[in-house]
Design a protein around this ligand. Structure first.
Ligand code: ZN
Length: 238
């Protein structure tokens, strides 16, 4: 079984009635519900307001893949928890930051760049699959539309991805690298763009399928107990 933790800051959904209508129990609940339909996954959720943001050692030690949605409260995530998440990714935990999590502390720490981009609310997104052979793209059409969606535009200040699986075009003319994979240490990372809190994108069948595929792709084959830098004897003895 793949142990998935869906983390959400869970603030917009409690403070804005329009967003509450779309995600009454939080974005994390919608993601946990569609992932929970898979027989090979066991899902738990955690939110910013939980003790240690719900990401205790016990939870992280029992997480194969961590999904992260955050926006207005990135700064409220403690440095200690952010560092711990980064450490788990380097040791092999899969990590899937969604939408405005492009500026969450763990992702920025793993990328080492500003992770900034351009944005504009209320646009039309046409997403293109540009790596159809990639495991995350299986079952996804060549192109599909999300409307309304927030526009994210280049330049997206990230290091060169291992793969660009999805590319988006917006009505305003902008383009964006919407689905990017990275490897950091033993961990696999998939950044996926859609999911502005005021838009129902996490109910879209292709968005759900992409996140589901990404969980299976990011699940570690090996997770280290700790990162070490040992002094070792030679393998060859002469
Ligand atoms: Zn947004």
């Amino acid at each position: 079984m793949i142990k998935v933790t869906v983390w959400n800051e869970f603030v917009h959904e409690k403070t804005d009635d329009n967003i509450k209508k779309i995600y009454p129990d939080g974005i994390h609940k919608v993601i946990a519900d569609f992932l929970g339909k898979n027989d090979d996954m066991v899902i738990r959720t955690a939110v910013l307001g939980d003790p240690e943001h719900g990401l205790t050692d016990e939870v992280l030690n029992n997480t194969d893949v961590l999904i992260w949605w955050g926006h207005m409260c990135h700064h409220e995530v403690s440095d200690e928890v952010a560092t711990k998440v980064k450490d788990h990714v380097l040791r092999g935990m899969g990590f899937i930051p969604l939408h405005s999590a492009h500026m969450c502390k763990p992702f920025m720490g793993l990328m080492g760049t500003s992770c900034t981009l351009k944005w504009r609310d209320g646009d039309r997104e046409r997403m293109w699959c540009v790596d159809p052979g990639h495991p995350i793209a299986q079952g996804i059409p060549e192109t599909f539309v999300l409307e309304p969606e927030e526009m994210y535009g280049e330049f997206f200040d990230i290091p060169k991805p291992d793969s660009i699986v999805f590319l988006s075009w917006f009505r305003g003319g902008e383009v964006f690298r919407s689905g990017c994979t990275f490897t950091r240490g033993y961990g696999r990372i998939f950044y996926f763009r859609p999911g502005h809190e005021a838009n129902p994108s996490y109910y879209n069948e292709y968005v759900q399928k992409i996140i589901t595929n990404a969980v299976r792709w990011a699940c570690p084959t090996k997770k280290l107990a700790a990162i070490t830098c040992p002094d070792v004897p030679p393998v060859e003895c002469s």
